[in-house]
Design a protein around this ligand. Sequence first.
Ligand code: MLT
Length: 396
Amino acid sequence: MININENYLKLENSYLFSTIAKKIEEYQENNPKTEIIKLGIGDVTLPIVPTVVNAVKTAMDEMGDVDKLMGYGPEQGYDFLRERIAKIDYEKKGINVTLDEIFVSDGSKSDTGNIGDIFSIANTVAITDPIYPVYLDTNIMAGRKIVYMPSTSENNFVPDLPEEKADMIYLCSPNNPTGEVLKKEELKVWVDYALENKSIILFDGAYESFITEDNIPHSIYEIERAKEVAIEFRSFSKTAGFTGLRCAYTVVPKELKAYTKSGKKVSINSLWNRRQTTKFNGVPYIIQKGAEAIYSDKGQKEIKDNISYYLENARIIREGLANAGYTVFGGINAPYIWLKVPDNLGSWEFFDKLLHEKGIVGTPGSGFGPNGEGYFRLTAFASRKNTIEAINRIKS
Ligand code: MLT
């Protein structure tokens, strides 16, 4: 008799964004005339920038040429892309990351989920609450013990250290879903905790390019000794509109060690390399060529213009809602605006109300964890026209 992994039975019936997609579909079927404005899943709407389009096309032409065809590539990513990442994302900011510490992948969703493969299921996992559901769901799938660290307006979205010792700690800054950020001194508390407790920090920096304020770390490695305790995830999805192209990278420092049960130190970098070379065949050459192109001067300018566009949407939402009397957070260093649901409604009740009365889709805070109840997330990724229209509809 074949048995299942019963941990899957402990999960919610469906993944948050799949549930929402289904609700939208049902509503649209019954209300075909309503023009729904989607501020739900954080998916980009501006086209891929010309520099990337051209690079991908040129790479595709190479693939059609017998002399230039690229077959299987290195599972860790091509050096041409890893060199750009090391130089521009790190070296220029005073951080030393070597090529063999960079693993190019198809997304931070996959990497933050898959990283658990190399850690014991006996580890206790600390997760800020509310949070991007992948960290929680993948650890439920694995059967790890999970402790929640509330991150709400009461503690200014700076979670306290866990009461119980945590071995794996997920942090996300700029944060999804709250749109809030950890300052350098706040992040340092976690690095110190991890050093003291021999824990590991899984730092999701997918929204790093949206940071506008000073003293907000762009990388966890800006904190002294963080390379001894942290893995960093970065993504081209929101930075360069790659949600449909799929490309990201994860930095696993050589200094980073974990332990066998008998206390022997093991290199995490080697384990992750072993995992990736076995289970992953790398990101397509043409996509990595596209990612490389964003590091050119022209590419940098183009993607920064797109990020500014989304940040202006965020400002319109934040200020529009605040003027309408809502309590709002985030949206300054992130494409997410986190608002308090009015009139003591539950998060899902507010979701239904907005969809049915205004034709607007957002994401219920409770979908990101128990402490998200009473909150709601809107994204800044719609067109300018739809963003303004959504705020007008809400105000009315
Ligand atoms: C979100 O809306 O939280 C993200 O877009 C989902 C993701 O990146 O997988």
